[in-house]
Design a protein around this ligand. Structure first.
Ligand code: SF4
Length: 309
């Protein structure tokens, strides 16, 4: 039994069968890279904007990316329904009409049942959120906003280019349009201790956020973070340390928050440190074992569980 509310189970509850995300790269770029906010980008970000690189490298249109991924996913997971996951860079960084064309193209696939849009919290406005909100009539819709930490000092250290307050405003604005919100969090950021990381869990819990994605800080070659790692300006978490932090984090979240991710999935050749970050299945098992060993579960310390509401 899973001791947290994982995304696959949630999707089965919604659709009665396995649903698989298809990661898409719309080639939209990022204001934290093109000079609008900054030119450096987040210090951990690779040149693919945390995505597949399918558009940037191969110039594949959205429909071509879906066709390519679908063949593999149908065979490997026996999934018959899909969610279009706009993952790479900032997927609301364009005029609303252009974004709509991209989302419509993805959703025109007959087996597409949902839309998930990864972006920065400073990269949406009411017009865009209203346009996305209209898809809720026919599809499951999630907005995914990078927060990473609830501490402005850390956001400055990692060159996020937006504040915690900006994230908070955007979450409320998304809520106004009935959108599900997933917050992205990184544990082990430079300068953060356990107490600061758990502050982030408490911060999220106080907002209308329905989902969370967590991963440990890992260092990709060629990033500004790699430079700092070589200078020994910070250290990476050990696997057990990370698993215990994840469990601490999960205990504070509401029991019904959907946990969309608990580990990163870096490519072996790109990864500088820590070595264990590439072993996704082992890392998930370590988290599950830690939950078992500590006899705990998601939401154990959340007021909803304590009061039985
Ligand atoms: S906001 Fe995303 S795409 Fe942009 S620099 Fe940061 S991690 Fe990379």
């Amino acid at each position: 039994m899973k001791r947290y509310r994982d995304f696959n189970t949630y999707l089965r509850e919604q659709f009665g069968e396995r649903v698989q995300r298809i990661s898409l790269d719309a080639g939209l770029g990022c204001p934290n890279r093109d000079g609008t906010v900054s030119t450096g980008g987040c210090i951990f970000c690779d040149g693919r904007g945390s995505g597949t690189g399918a558009f940037t490298k191969e110039r594949l249109p959205i429909s071509g990316q879906i066709e390519k991924a679908e063949r593999f996913i149908r065979k490997r997971y026996h999934a018959r329904k899909f969610i279009a996951y706009f993952q790479s860079f900032s997927n609301t960084y364009a005029p609303a009409f252009h974004l709509k064309q991209l989302y419509d193209e993805a959703l025109s696939h007959p087996d597409m049942v949902g839309l998930s849009i990864g972006t920065r919290p400073d990269c949406v406005d009411r017009e865009i959120l209203e346009m996305i909100g209209a898809y809720r009539k026919d599809y499951l819709v999630w907005m995914e906003f990078g927060l990473q930490s609830a501490h402005d000092q850390t956001l400055q250290t990692i060159n996020r280019g937006h504040s915690v307050a900006c994230f908070e405003r955007t979450v409320h604005m998304s809520h106004d349009f009935g959108l599900n919100v997933c917050a992205h969090v990184i544990l082990g950021l430079p300068g953060e201790n356990r107490s600061m990381m758990l502050d982030t869990a408490r911060f999220i819990t106080a907002l209308p956020v329905q989902g969370v994605k967590i991963h440990s800080l890992y260092v990709i070659r060629g990033t500004p973070l790699a430079e700092r790692y070589r200078k020994e300006e910070f250290r990476c978490l050990e696997r057990d340390e990370y698993a215990n932090l994840v469990v601490d984090f999960l205990e504070l979240l509401p029991p019904d928050t959907v946990i969309q991710r608990l580990t990163g999935d870096p490519g072996k050749s790109d990864l500088l440190a820590p070595d264990w970050a590439v072993y996704k299945m082992e890392n998930l098992k370590c988290i599950q074992d830690t939950l078992e060993r500590r006899k705990t579960w998601q939401g154990r310390l959340h007021p909803k569980s304590i009061s039985g509401v």
